[in-house]
Design a protein around this ligand. Sequence first.
Ligand SMILES: [Zn+2]
Length: 190
Amino acid sequence: MTPMDLVPSWYAPSFTAIWKCPAPSKVNAFAWQLLHDRIPTRQDLYRRRIIGGGGDTSCVLCGEVSESSAHLFIYCDVALKVWVGVFEWLDIPFSLPHNLFSILNHLIQTGGKKLRKGLCMIWNATVWSLWRRWNSVMFDNGRRDTADVLDEIKVLTWKWWLSQSEVAHSLLYEWRVQPKLCVENCLEFD
Ligand SMILES: [Zn+2]
């Protein structure tokens, strides 16, 4: 049995997109775990008795709600601001999603093959950056606010793109202001 056999058929396109996504393999593996709800959030750590009785399960980023992966990666005010920023950057209308699959499915059904690949890469970078911020707050006393996360996502996706193909460095400016145009006209993936 392959991992794909465990996935309901209507989710299969999301996983296929992730495996073809031009992000580092550790990021794709993280996304796969996240979509299977296997990320060790505080709620999960409590359920598995890694956080003891009376342990704090509140969200590491906002401190207000019990931390499930749906909260941490979508509904948390901190995460929502990041998604709204990403969609504004992409110039795609944002509506509150049902779950992480619906955000990804929305993106990978937008436009042609190149654009879908680019948008999948950006979805991947967004969840990865939120997770990196969670780790930084949890273990390194890092900043809780995510004002700089959007810029991290832009730079990260830029680096992933560079690692995949010969791209003029001067395009970073274009990438920051017109990502969709870049994806459609300049982006080359192996
Ligand atoms: Zn929160």
